[in-house]
Design a protein around this ligand. Sequence first.
Ligand code: CP
Length: 346
Amino acid sequence: MVNLKGRDFISTQEWSREELEYILRIAFDLKKKNMLNQPHRLLEGKTLYMFFYNPSLRTRNSFQTGMFQLGGQAIYLTPSAVYRPALAGEEIPYTTERISDVARVLSRYGDAISIRIYGESVNWIYKKGNQVVREFSKWASIPIINMEDDCYHPCQAMADVMTIIEKKGRLEGKKIVVSWAYSGGIKPVAVPQSCVLAFTRFGGEVVLAHPRGLELDPEIIEFAKRNADESGGSFEVVYNMDEAFEGASVVYPKSWGSLKFMPPNVSEVNTEGMIELMNQYKDWKATKEKMDLCSRDAIYMHCLPADRGMEVEDNVIDGSQSVVFDEAENRLHVQKAIMAVIMGGT
Ligand code: CP
């Protein structure tokens, strides 16, 4: 394996399958070491800066705890606590600071910068969050980690792949459903997009299900088809949740918003239009009846936070098929592996 020190982790698509498998091997090893209380201080004295333009429970705490366990530290930064990092031309005097300056300053102090930015933080302008992450990457001389932008949530997808391997042995030959589910709020498309990209990379028989009008980015769909061709898996899109769940080994029903109602497809985000569209599909919910359509040993996944009563019934998310807390735990192990590889050269 070549030395991956210094690489950015912005999407799994920019990493080869061999490199992603290397991260997973380290993640499983670190998980074991953690369980056995064996020291694994691979990032002694190193610092990660974490910029959160949006809230977080799992991402913040798994990164911060992970850095501590690796012997380093993570510093939590939120736009109101610093001069909000801004793109050139979007500065407000003594309120923002150009990203090119922020990235170069932090590169003189620490060892990686991680960023979460999507939704209202970028006025729901699709891909602007990703543009901000890539602007950090352009100017920083230390690695950039995407903690969820408006296109990708690669750390979540890697934790999900790790969880499927733990529960099912492999992704090859498994029917894995990434489905839209109803929510009263608007969530970004980053998780379903990263999941279909990662699951097709690892050879899954991936089915994407959603009502019409809730399509993912066509470019992501093309990448997913190409990934499936290369890995020997498959990828198809269906518009019926029951049809998707039929015989599935893994189901991952979660909500996302409609790109049709977000800029640049419209001049400004149309939340009312989106809610009106989504309200027609309240029956897209993970229920016991829907789980019964799956294979007997199917697992239920969700990145969390889940909108209980809307995306999923309590008896499913709290039931025996649910692996949501293993999935949340694996964020810690896989992110430690990513950091060990790109910050320390493990
Ligand atoms: N799944 C996930 O990213 O959770 P948080 O929003 O709590 O970080």
